[in-house]
Design a protein around this ligand. Structure first.
Ligand code: ADP
Length: 500
């Protein structure tokens, strides 16, 4: 059963139950009021008759017993034709009755007499002929304080029954029409309310069919619950589309990056084959030459395969970080000790890349700080920042490493007086494979994955990497970490890395 049908049925059933209850209350209170009114009228009429008879009996008490037919009913004419009056003796004998009653037989009167004898009034309903129902109201007639007869007002209840029947017809009709309208309006409203769900289904179906992740649901009212669902669905599609695009770009980048070293390796192997098969390759001086070239080529092949293997390890680490499966060895890490270690490594790197004494590596501000984290991974991040500083700072430049503390955390910075990064590129350098100068980076052995990895590791520590730079003046990269992270910061909400 569809939700729309279910909602409509529930809505109609609830309204139906309410209307039926309402009809029952209206009908029964009308019934009670009408009956009470009839009884009140009958009581008034009975009182009039009792008064008139009491007047007569004042002059001749015995007339009622001895000659009841002589009792005069002057008020009878006053009553409507449909109201009959009857005087019944306490023995059950009818002493006098108005003509309009004819010979109508009311045997139940016997039940009223004991009540009337006790001085009380009594009402009962009876259907003596056909289906005409009568109300019989009995009141005591007293002479000298003694109940001598019962005065009975007899009238058909038809008038009130007709009113009640008419009202009940209106109620049934009204309820039925209301329910039909409620079902129609309910179905319409349910359809309107559930339209965005249809839109979501259709959009999801269209995406599956056409594989076009660019489709979105058009939302008219995004304040409603379903509107919000549609908005969330659109946001999710944005994210999926973005992930797909990133994935595609990544695959493109990876294949491109792997193709370059593979081409080099392939070229070298072909060269070796050609040299080995050349005439005289194994004789005398030529053999020495071939051997030397062979060694050079093998060194190059080894460097390229090492590069590829490193790139694959880097990609694996990034994939683990993306899926939240990055394995970290949590322990207290003394950042000041780590800083000194990285400082020494940076000096060696500077000598390696630029030659001894070509770059000045300094220690800047220092402080003591302990954080929870993975020592090796944090070291990897800092070494990457330091290696970049060395690579992108020309000879004669200065590299400063330091540690600073704030209320909220601690940061280790690597400052260089190198080539700097333009403001637009500062937004991009954390993307995978992004390099401001591809050829230069490649020449320096970079793959463009270093900062992405550094950022992922920082985030896994609930930290971030920041960059401040001016083109031609130098850059400052910093690793920010919370000062007292709880036992496993990986469980924390990961802050966005700030590239500003
Ligand atoms: P790479 O392996 O190319 O160094 P990274 O991800 O570490 O890759 O860095 C990305 C790019 O950011 C580099 O190619 C370089 O263009 C730029 N970059 C990083 N660090 C610096 C720096 N200290 N000075 C200037 N440019 C830098």
């Amino acid at each position: 059963m569809t939700i729309r049908l279910r909602l409509t049925l529930w809505y109609t059933a609830l309204l139906g139950a309410t209307l039926i209850l309402f009809s029952i209350i209206v009908y029964s209170s009308l019934y009670t009021t009408l009956r009470a009114q009839m009884e009140q009228n009958a009581a008034q009429q009975a009182a009039d008759v009792v008064n008139a008879l009491t007047q007569q009996l004042r002059f001749d008490v015995l007339i009622i017993r001895n000659n009841p037919t002589d009792v005069f009913f002057p008020e009878v004419e006053l009553f409507a034709n449909s109201v009959g009056v009857q005087v019944t003796g306490m023995d059950g004998k009818i002493l006098k009755r108005s003509e309009n009653l004819g010979a109508i037989d009311l045997p139940e009167i016997a039940y009223a007499l004991p009540v009337v004898a006790a001085g009380q009034t009594h009402t009962f309903y009876t259907t003596p002929v056909g289906d005409v129902r009568f109300m019989v109201y009995s009141a005591p007639l007293r002479v000298d304080g003694e109940v001598v007869a019962a005065v009975q007002i007899i009238q058909p209840v038809q008038a009130s029954t007709t009113t009640l029947n008419q009202v009940s017809r209106y109620l049934v009709l009204g309820t039925t029409i209301s329910l039909i309208m409620a079902a129609i309006v309910g179905a319409f409203l349910a359809r309107r309310a559930l339209e965005p769900i249809d839109a979501i289904t259709n959009t999801a179906g269209a995406i599956t069919r056409t594989r076009d992740l660019g489709k979105r649901i058009q939302i008219a009212d995004n304040a409603s619950e379903i509107g919000r669902l549609a908005a969330t669905f659109n946001d999710m599609l944005d994210r999926i589309q973005q992930l797909f695009m990133t994935q595609e770009r990544l695959i493109g980048d990876v294949s491109h990056e792997l193709r370059t070293p593979l081409t080099t390796v392939q070229g070298n192997i072909e060269l070796l084959q050609r040299m080995a098969s050349a005439p005289g390759a194994s004789s005398g001086e030529r053999a020495l030459e071939v051997n030397e070239l062979l060694n050079e080529t093998l060194v190059e092949v080894q460097a390229e395969t090492k590069r590829m293997s490193e790139m694959i390890s880097d990609l694996l680490l990034l994939a683990q970080a993306d899926s939240g499966a990055l394995q970290l060895q949590w322990e207290p890490v003394e950042l000041d000790t780590l800083l000194l270690d990285v400082y020494r490594q940076t000096r060696r790197l500077a000598d390696h890349y630029k030659g001894p004494g070509e770059l000045e590596v300094r220690l800047g501000s220092e402080d003591q700080a302990i954080v929870q984290g993975d020592r090796d991974k944090l070291r990897q991040v800092l070494l990457n920042l330091a290696e970049n500083a060395v690579k992108y700072t020309p000879s004669g430049g200065v590299i400063t490493l330091g540690l600073g503390r704030e209320d909220t955390g601690v940061h280790i910075y690597v400052q260089d007086s190198g080539i700097g990064i333009s403001e637009e590129q500062q937004q991009l350098i954390f993307e995978r494979f992004y390099r401001t100068d591809k050829a230069r980076s490649r020449e320096l052995g970079g793959s463009g994955l270093g900062l992405s990895i550094a950022q992922s590791i920082a985030q896994a520590h609930a930290g971030r990497i920041s960059v401040e730079s001016r083109l031609g003046e130098g850059s400052t990269f910093a690793l920010w970490l919370p000062v007292a992270p709880e036992s496993n910061p990986q469980n924390h909400q990961e802050p966005e890395a700030v590239a500003a």
